[in-house]
Design a protein around this ligand. Sequence first.
Ligand code: CTP
Ligand code: MG
Length: 409
Amino acid sequence: MRPTTQHDGPKAAALICAAGSGLRAGAGGPKQYREVAGEAMAATAARVFLDHPRVAAVRFVIGRDQRLDYDAAMAGLAGHPKLMPPVAGGATRQASVRAGLAAFADQAPEIVLVHDAARPFASAALVDRAIDAARHGGAVPGVPATDTICLVGADGARGETLDRGLLRAVQTPQGFPFADLVAAHARAEAEGRDDFTDDGALFAWAGGRVALFEGETRNVKLTTSDQFHDEALRRAGSAFLALGDVRMGTGFDVHAFGPGEYVTLGGVRVPHGFGLTGHSDADVVLHALTDAILGALGDGDIGAHFPPSDARWKGQDSALFLQDAIARVRGAGGVIAHLDVTVIGEAPKIGPHREAMRTRIAAIAGVPVGRVGVKATTTERLGFAGRREGLAAMASATLRLPFREDFWT
Ligand code: CTP
Ligand code: MG
């Protein structure tokens, strides 16, 4: 591979190990193809290399039966000019790396970076450090141990405590002069060693010098099922919190009782001696919620978007109005954080229907039921609701929208 003019030194090839079975990560298929909040771990792991100006080629080593998983995981990156076809790995990580190195033989890059698909959070700066360090021999990233570390003694008891200052947790990407790593692997294979869990250890065993450079605490290897769960939660949580423009809107609606045998509230038919009169299905709950959302968006009101004069909305299921408001939130890149509604009237009793209403509203809005509140109150027989002339509903909606440059206008 020829040196570039943009950056000092040679470009590197990256080999990403993804041929493991992820046994410690529990059920759900090989961990590297599982999603961590929105994207397969393998794709996230590859991006930092594909996007890096000093990396010329990226190749995965995958399990023999993993081609479909790989293709699905990498669909968004298919056709990327730096992404080489994957090759089949072996029974151990070491065998997998050996197969990957063989596939790079034609390109004979000066430097190879070996990385684990199980580490999706390496930064571009770490890749730079690996390439820089590998120009002088083998190089592995290490982070200081933060826990106290001890040996396991007899019968699983605590053994000797190790000097933390002397310890480093070794990560990937690890960088090597390509030809030297190929030679070291060939030697390990010839001598029947197939148990090295990283290339730095193998390279040192073969007599090479391996430098340590600064790793990153964020560059964790996702290994256990707990880690998957926590990481997915952390990422989903930070995506939610990143929608930092929090807005609250309110809505209010009234419909009069008329002839009928049920009222529709929150999309649920509630048996009653009367119906509610209105142009649509007169669902005061969904109308108030729709207005609350439109209010939070600063986008008019239900009457502006669905004029009662328009015959199309006659007898209409009011879910359509709420769905339209929700689509406006999504269109603005936002999410609904919470919906809350109070039904105001003497009858019918809402309590027995509360859960059905919450479930229906949550389904229409695409939010968990825990993010929908439904309450009711009488007015102590005062006013139109107290005289049982109709029902009212008041609602609030809390939205989270992305910050935009014009967010204060
Ligand atoms: N790996 C590989 N070939 C193997 C074994 C592992 O390419 N025969 C890869 C894994 O896919 C992973 C990396 O090496 O990206 C580090 O291994 P590890 O975290 O141990 O992953 P798994 O071996 O898949 O998991 P486990 O040991 O829990 O089964
Ligand atoms: Mg393993």
